[in-house]
Design a protein around this ligand. Structure first.
Ligand code: FE2
Length: 244
């Protein structure tokens, strides 16, 4: 339902975002049947992708009251149903709730765009051929950590939508509780917190940082991130597989 299409250029190893009203479909089929045979790990990763769409749209500097409604609804729904849908055997009622969440998140980010999680995930996925939802899951709490101070009230609303009792808590408590819930969600879904590659070099981190900074999703991140910040995040989440 969005105006986004992501194309992988397999020669340059770059994922390019095409953003145009012409990409918005005339008709979208919201059907649970194809999801019934999906691997549960893919359900976990795509569910976390939908959550990331909603959170990034909610804190985007292009958000609006209309995108907020869809983003918060998606956040509530993923928070309530994703773990259940992944741990139980395929269940159409639960998968429908996730499809609905994903559609709400699509309406939100189609109009508010995304942020640094997606810019970095596009970069990682293109260069290292990694699963998009898995990259987002690993990056989400790390990016909240660096973005939080730019829009603390927005993150407070997100935490409340995720059922955390932080409506009147100090910002630091809100930030810690939100990061903990997102990390716990990832752990409950069996998604790792690091990306393991055979050989990690400065050149890889530099290339990833460069492509992240020119990704269109970076424009709507709630604050600009420096090359050092982006590079530092890649340094942290990418681990050489032989070293652990
Ligand atoms: Fe995504």
């Amino acid at each position: 339902v969005s105006q986004f299409a992501i194309i992988t250029d397999s020669k340059s190893h770059i994922k390019k975002a095409i953003i145009s009203k012409k990409v918005v479909p005339d008709l979208a089929l919201i059907d649970t049947v194809p999801l019934m045979t999906m691997d549960s790990y893919l359900t976990a990763c795509t569910g976390m992708d939908a959550l990331t769409h909603a959170i990034e749209a909610y804190v985007s500097n292009a958000q609006s009251p209309m995108t907020d409604i869809h983003a918060l609804e998606a956040i509530k729904c993923v928070n309530q149903y994703l773990e259940k849908a992944v741990v139980t055997s395929p269940n159409r009622a639960l998968l429908f709730q996730l499809l609905l969440a994903s559609t709400h998140a699509g309406f939100a980010f189609s109009n508010a765009s995304l942020g640094a999680v997606h810019a970095m995930a596009h970069s990682l996925g293109g260069l290292l051929n990694l699963a998009h939802g898995e990259c987002n899951s690993i990056l989400l709490s790390e990016v909240i950590d660096v973005n939080f101070s730019a829009v603390p009230e927005r993150y407070r609303h997100i935490a409340c939508a995720m059922n955390l009792s932080v409506a009147h808590a100090p910002d630091k408590v809100v930030k810690d509780a939100l990061i903990e819930r997102i990390n716990q969600l990832r752990i409950n879904l069996g998604i790792p917190n690091r990306i393991y590659i055979p050989s990690k070099t400065d050149e890889i981190v530099l290339k990833l940082t460069e492509t992240t900074q020119i990704d269109p999703c970076m424009v709507t991140n709630p604050r600009p991130l420096t090359d050092e910040e982006v590079g530092g995040l890649f340094e942290k989440i990418i681990v050489e597989s032989t070293s652990e």
